[in-house]
Design a protein around this ligand. Structure first.
Ligand SMILES: [Fe+2]
Length: 292
């Protein structure tokens, strides 16, 4: 359903989201909005911080929108849940997204709720046909409710899967195809999972249908003393994740890349130096794609 005569597709033409973006997190926002670095091409926000809130958050968002396209990334509408969605929130979210004129919205392919209990972690789904059926139906339900293109994001996980399911990438592709959905491809999550569960991350990327990828996330992660990698978004992006990003961009082309940093936030200049590194990878990798 479209309201106010607005076409989401037209926004992509008007203010294209391209290149390197950064998360408009509260701890960074004042300096980011004052300095408005030209190397930052767009910003990402979590709508839960803004819907029905107003105040300082809304002021920051209004300031950001003067110069940057804004992309939204949800935290609370987990696409694999089986409990009914909060219809009131989805209606508010749809209104908020229309106001922002976003080209797509994203949510996680995970569980975040059991009964009336909400988790603060994004819990993985079983990689089964049954879960893929439910998640694809739920994704379509959310997409209809918000009236916007919807991308799912692949998540990190720490508990081993059973032996009778699909490989993670086959599960993600199954949901994408069944729901005819877009993909927010988090290469750090793939890298973390590949090290924790011993698979080839580049083989994962090779199986992704490139035409569905609308956005990429990169981040740093924590390595525990026992070797387990935890997706914290609290460290600089490691070289192996940069390498996987380069490989991914050569496959999918010039898809916008977000630097996710949500914890242990350093001075802005440190993040901007990571943004510079991302730009150099983005430019050289997408030149390879164009040449191919
Ligand atoms: Fe992510």
């Amino acid at each position: 359903m479209r309201r106010r005569g607005f076409s989401f597709e037209s926004r992509v033409m008007d203010r294209e989201v391209t290149g390197i973006g950064i998360g408009l997190r509260y701890d960074l926002a004042v300096e980011l909005l004052e300095r408005r670095p030209e190397t930052v091409s767009w910003v990402e926000i979590h709508p839960e911080n803004y819907v029905d809130r107003g105040g300082r958050y809304q002021e920051m968002l209004d300031l950001a929108r003067r110069d940057w396209p804004v992309i939204t990334h949800g935290l609370s509408t987990c696409l694999g849940a089986v409990e009914p969605f909060d219809a009131g929130y989805l209606a508010q979210l749809g209104d908020f997204l229309r106001e922002l004129e976003i080209p797509w919205h994203s949510e996680h392919l995970c569980l975040g709720q059991a009964g009336d209990r909400f988790f603060h972690d994004l819990l993985p789904l079983p990689f089964t046909e049954e879960a893929a059926t439910i998640a694809s139906q739920r994704l379509a339900e959310v997409r209809d409710a918000i009236g916007a293109p919807l991308a799912l994001e692949n998540v990190s996980y720490y508990a081993p899967q059973g032996t009778n399911g699909l490989a993670e990438v086959d599960f993600v592709v199954e949901v994408l195809e069944r729901a005819d959905a877009k993909l927010l491809l988090d290469v750090n999550n793939i890298y973390v999972n590949s090290r924790n569960f011993d698979f080839d991350p580049k083989a994962y990327i090779d199986k992704i249908p490139r035409e569905r990828v609308v956005q990429i996330h990169v981040a740093g992660h924590h390595v525990r003393d026992d070797g387990l990698r935890i997706d914290t978004h609290g460290q600089p992006v490691p070289d192996d994740v940069y390498d996987l990003l380069s490989y991914t961009l050569q496959k999918v082309g010039a898809v916008p890349v977000l630097l996710e940093r949500d914890n242990n936030i350093p001075p802005l200049d440190e993040l901007l130096s990571e943004v510079d590194t991302l730009w150099s990878i983005y430019r050289s990798a997408t030149e390879v794609t164009r040449a191919g």
